[in-house]
Design a protein around this ligand. Structure first.
Ligand code: 5GP
Length: 197
């Protein structure tokens, strides 16, 4: 998505070879116009899938997920992060190790919001090692709902997440795909590079 790539080039900050900071439009301050375009793009990518619910993870997945939900006219559920979950009835749960914070969180979704008839689109801000997305997939499956696809705002394609998800037969659509963050520079995957893969 051209607009997103331009925004990343202009306002993203490369922290090191593995981490990109986008606090000025996605992870802290949020650019509503850009989120609107992102929501529209996800909605058109997954239009044919019969999506009934969107599932994301707090907090940075919420803005793009809500915009997609608006265009798809479906509810948006965000998995809540807890340091530990006291066992309560009817919770879908998984644990996830945060790539950026180096901590493990328990995730929970109330079981009443997902059922076996749901076709779920999972949305997240970043895809790195795939931990967060796989934890969401696990929770959707606990509800016997099906995962129709995974929508990612920024995929770091040099990390293994996208490959892991696709290996499981999951459809992954990423709006910006980063080939490298080396030398303090963001390099996107171009169509030419894709032909070579
Ligand atoms: P994964 O679970 O795929 O390893 O990492 C995805 C999660 O880690 C995302 O939900 C996101 O919050 C965070 N994350 C991973 N890489 C980056 C990054 O380069 N920048 C930022 N801001 N967050 C990241």
């Amino acid at each position: 998505m051209k607009l997103l790539e331009e925004k990343i080039k202009k306002d993203g900050r490369v922290i090191n070879d593995n981490v990109l900071k986008v606090d000025s439009f996605l992870n802290h301050q949020i650019d509503p116009q850009l989120m609107n375009e992102i929501g529209k793009e996800f909605a058109s990518s997954f239009a044919a899938e019969g999506i009934t619910k969107i599932v994301t993870i707090e907090s940075s997945g919420i803005a793009p997920a809500v915009m997609a939900g608006l265009y798809m006219n479906v509810p948006v559920i965000f998995a809540r992060k807890r340091k530990s979950i006291t066992l309560t009835d009817d919770l879908l749960t998984a644990s996830v190790h945060s790539f950026t914070k180096n901590e493990t969180n328990e995730l929970a979704i109330a079981g009443k919001y997902l059922n076996e008839n749901d076709k779920v689109l999972i949305i997240d801000d970043f895809l790195a090692n795939g931990e967060a997305a796989l934890a969401l997939v696990k929770m959707v499956k606990q509800a016997n709902a099906s995962v129709a696809g995974i929508g990612i705002v920024i995929e770091k394609s040099f990390q293994p997440g996208a490959h892991k998800l696709k290996e499981q037969g999951l459809r992954v659509e990423s709006l910006a795909r980063i080939a490298s963050l080396s030398n303090g520079e963001v390099t996107f995957i171009t169509e030419k590079m894709e032909e070579l893969v």
